[in-house]
Design a protein. Structure first.
Length: 348
């Protein structure tokens, strides 16, 4: 009599449901730390609930934003340093939301990998929770997808979705006028754009991720993984103080392409490139790749991660408020008649 072979299980196909459940239990404390007014449910349900009235809104407009981290993930995977990549994910979404005048309310993440490994997955999602906590945004749900055959060993992908709100009529940009002052808020390095170029430059340099950083302390990989700055609470404080007409998050497209997105038709801007010092990472990238200044300005943030467009008579007060919130603030230019961004001075 032949023996009956045991039946095939989902785990035999490479998907471990128990590991997924264990991850949810591990990250519940991190998610709980992000709870804020309006949060109604924890992780584990089929959907996540949020109460706008409890969050303090009477006539709200919702704003949504979604993004990823791009090929910066490759450096995190190759170095094993995954603790802050979740902060990048949150920042790329909520820094966009605040440019509309919205307060980020809640965040959902999508984490996909070939084989779920609990320890690195926990570190990644704890980074997401940290980004949410820093921006006053509740982590109320997400999806962990284990997809064998779709990702190489150790590889993963991240995406995020944030929802914010503002009272009707409070949206930005609004009231931008010729003579408005441009206040630049310092970045924390490359942030999360242009990493396909960054990785190419590192390849050209012949350096490994564990090499001494040529523009700072520690290893090159660690320096390039510096997490994207979160500007949410600081910018919301400035908006509520009055006089802020627009906010521009300097991401892909750099200063050249992002600032015009918040300027009305017939308006341009002049930026004085000598008003701040180019951080070492950008100088190293430019020199290693023989990069022209114009290309640098339309590829990277060049040390300015957010631009606050402010009424001229409020500029000093808003600059002082932002500095008090911990920002490095520089008056970098003005709004002018015309189109596009004109540069004065030199960065390189």
């Amino acid at each position: 009599m032949s023996e009956t072979k045991p039946g095939l299980t989902y785990a035999d196909a490479g998907v471990d449901i128990d590991a997924g459940n264990a991850l949810v239990e591990r990250i519940k404390p991190a998610a709980k730390r992000t709870q804020r007014a309006g949060t109604m449910s924890g992780l584990g349900g089929f959907g996540a609930l949020f109460d706008l009235k409890a969050a303090g809104y009477s006539d709200p407009i919702l704003v949504g934003a979604t993004d990823g981290v791009g090929t910066k993930l490759r450096i995190a995977i190759d170095t094993g340093n995954v603790d802050t990549i979740g902060i990048d994910l949150v920042a790329m979404c909520v820094n966009d939301l605040v440019c509309q005048g919205a307060e980020p309310l809640f965040f959902l993440d999508y984490f996909a990998t070939g084989k779920l490994e609990l320890d690195p997955a926990t570190r990644i999602i704890e980074g997401i929770a940290e980004g949410c906590a820093q921006s006053g945004c509740a982590l109320i749900g997400g999806e962990t997808a284990e997809m064998p055959g779709m990702y190489h060993k150790g590889d993963f992908d991240l995406a995020g979705f944030a929802v914010g709100a503002m009272e009707r009529g409070a949206d930005l940009p609004a009231g931008v006028a010729e003579g408005d002052v441009l206040l630049g808020l310092g970045s924390n390095g490359v942030h999360s754009n242009g990493y396909s170029f960054v990785r190419k430059v590192v390849e050209l340099s012949g350096l490994g991720w564990d090499a001494d950083c040529p523009f700072g302390e520690g290893s090159l990989g660690a320096a390039l993984l510096a997490p994207t700055r979160l500007y949410v609470k600081q910018c919301l404080a400035a908006v509520r103080a009055g006089g802020v007409h627009a906010l521009a998050h300097i991401t892909g497209g750099g200063l050249t392409e992002n600032l015009p997105r918040v300027l009305p038709e017939g308006m341009g801007a002049t930026i004085d490139l000598s008003s701040w010092q180019l951080p070492g990472v950008f100088r190293w990238l430019a020199e290693t790749a023989s990069m022209e200044e114009a290309e640098l300005l339309k590829t990277f943030n060049c040390g300015i991660g957010m631009i606050v467009v402010v009424a001229a008579d409020k500029a000093d007060a808003i600059a002082a408020l932002l500095a008090g919130e911990g920002e490095s603030v520089t008056r970098i230019g003005t709004v002018t008649a015309g189109q596009g961004v004109a540069y004065e001075g030199k960065l390189l």
